[in-house]
Design a protein around this ligand. Structure first.
Ligand SMILES: CC(C)(COP(=O)(O)OP(=O)(O)OC[C@H]1O[C@@H](n2cnc3c(N)ncnc32)[C@H](O)[C@@H]1OP(=O)(O)O)[C@@H](O)C(=O)NCCC(=O)NCCS
Length: 232
């Protein structure tokens, strides 16, 4: 359990929150939390909840981990790591250079209630999940997907060492596929970079199809730029 000082958006009042491992008896609260926050999203295609009941499996030992941040008993953030072996194939196709023995975990279900966004809560949960999942499974690769217009999600993953390798159809929608090697240092040796406006999905997809990787996201004025570099 980790204690964190958080502030509500537009407030200076500090509150103490706790980052905790959640168990199966929390599933009802987690589902309610995700569905109610999903209702508030401007673009609901950024976060698919049709398969919310599959999250239940991740509370079982050996299948995954679900962590949350609570103030008192109230959830304000959730994120999960999935070790489901059957899903590996989906990622193996995208990250085709991974060796046969490299297992890929999937991090997802990141949700922070809007009034507590901006406290770096996903960064904290992600660090805990990566560390504990690596300890439990020995796997070093963590994949995730994000809609190329989901700016908070792109910031969270790209600033935490995830690299974007492909933009593809997924969940009947479009997603960037990102991967992190948690045993490697975050810093890439970047020789040459180029960028695309994240709103221009076709150009971003083309860069990735040309074997560049997305290594950063920047805000320049009102524009959100995805930064690309050649592969290591
Ligand atoms: C994604 C999500 C979990 C992140 O929540 P969070 O941990 O509170 O992260 P923040 O809201 O602080 O945003 C992360 C970063 O994006 C940046 N960001 C977000 N929107 C931005 C914008 N329009 N312009 C510039 N930067 C932006 C923030 O400044 C922050 O950067 P920092 O950590 O360097 O300060 C939260 O936005 C959320 O619940 N979204 C809805 C559900 C969702 O889409 N989940 C992800 C599915 S892949």
């Amino acid at each position: 359990m980790i204690e964190i000082i958080v502030k509500k958006r537009n407030s200076d009042i500090e509150e103490i929150a706790r980052a905790v491992k959640l168990s199966l008896c929390d599933f009802g609260d987690v589902k309610k939390f995700i569905l109610s926050n999903h209702e508030l999203l401007d673009d609901k295609t950024h976060f698919i909840v049709d398969d919310i009941d599959t999250l239940k499996e991740l509370f079982n030992s050996g299948r995954g981990l679900v962590y949350g941040i609570k103030i008192g008993e109230k959830l304000i953030a959730v994120q999960a790591m999935d070790y489901n072996r059957e899903d590996y194939l989906k990622f193996k196709k995208v990250f085709s250079w991974l060796g046969k023995k490299d297992e890929v975990m999937e991090i997802g279900w990141a949700m922070v209630t809007p009034e507590y966004q901006g406290n770096k809560l996903t960064h904290i949960l992600m660090g805990m999940l990566e560390r504990d999942a690596h300890e439990e499974t020995g796997s070093r690769f963590v994949a995730t997907t994000a809609h190329p217009h989901n700016i908070s999600s792109l910031f969270v993953y790209l600033k935490n060492g995830y690299l974007g390798y492909k933009i593809k159809e997924h969940y009947d929608n479009i997603r960037m596929f990102l991967l992190k090697d948690i045993r490697r240092s975050i810093t890439l040796e970047i020789s040459e970079t180029s960028w695309c406006d994240c709103m221009d999905i076709d150009s971003c997809r083309k860069k990735l199809d040309e074997e560049l990787i997305c290594c950063n996201v920047e805000k320049i004025g009102e524009q959100i730029r995805l930064v690309f570099t050649s592969k290591e």
